[in-house]
Design a binder for this molecule. Structure first.
Ligand code: HEC
Length: 203
């Protein structure tokens, strides 16, 4: 964009904002909630393991925190109030993957419990399956990748790094926490959900 047109755009936006403010006394820039980044990127302490090396687990902990897995996979995090006793144990708030503006009953996915609980978490997952999930977004029973989870952004993670992340998740204290079942498009969601304004298509 040229310098001149950028300036006009900036003035246009300023005029629009000040217009809103003078008419209603409402300033959209005041209307946001401060979320504590420390809790969204927090990673629970792992249990010492004889299966994986300390280096592997610490590297995995660092990467899981850096990549913000807990921003979706922690209860309350999507609403700005992460529950620190359920870090990485799944979210009972879902994310719409089709537009709720177009369809009253959008498809909704619920970020899964990533702790190694046998029934509600990743306890029975093999390391290979976890690595594939992180880098390609596919589960064992499905050829197509899951919606919403930003696996394309993780696709460049090196194999050993993804393996370290899997080792860290496998070394967490298992937390028994069921998340609601995913909802197909057209079905009514019982549990709450948010949407990011970014939607996914099956094609
Ligand atoms: C933007 C939200 C979001 C982020 C960030 C995210 N995920 Fe997910 N993830 C999801 C959703 C939603 C699902 C469930 C998809 C489904 O069931 O179809 C999921 C599923 C998974 C699963 C499969 C679990 C199961 O039981 O099926 C694993 C493993 C996983 N994520 C790991 C991670 C890791 C590791 C990170 C960080 C590197 C991460 N996710 C970051 C949203 C997210």
């Amino acid at each position: 964009m040229e310098k001149g047109s950028r300036l006009i755009l900036a003035i246009g936006i300023t005029a629009l904002l000040s217009g809103c403010q003078s008419q209603s006394g409402y300033n959209p820039l005041d209307d946001f909630e401060q979320i504590d980044p420390a809790s969204i990127f927090a990673t629970p302490e792992p249990i010492p393991s004889s299966t994986y090396t300390t280096e592997q687990i610490q590297r995995g902990k660092y990467l899981v925190g850096l990549l913000g897995c807990g921003a979706c996979h922690t209860d309350g995090a999507l609403l700005g109030t992460p529950n620190s006793s359920l870090l990485l144990a799944g979210s009972s708030v879902g994310i719409a993957y089709t537009s709720p503006f177009v369809d009253d009953d959008p498809g909704v996915v619920y970020p899964a419990n990533l702790t190694p609980d046998l029934e509600t978490g990743l306890g029975s997952w093999t390391m290979e399956r976890l690595v594939t999930m992180i880098r390609v977004g596919t589960t064992e029973h499905s050829a197509s990748s899951v919606p919403v989870m930003p696996w394309p952004a993780y696709a460049g993670i090196e194999y050993d790094d993804a393996l370290s992340m899997a080792a860290y998740l496998k070394s967490l204290a298992p937390i028994r926490h069921d998340v609601p079942n995913n909802v197909d498009e057209g079905d009514t969601a019982i549990a709450p959900y948010v949407h990011f304004g970014v939607y996914w298509s099956r094609e």
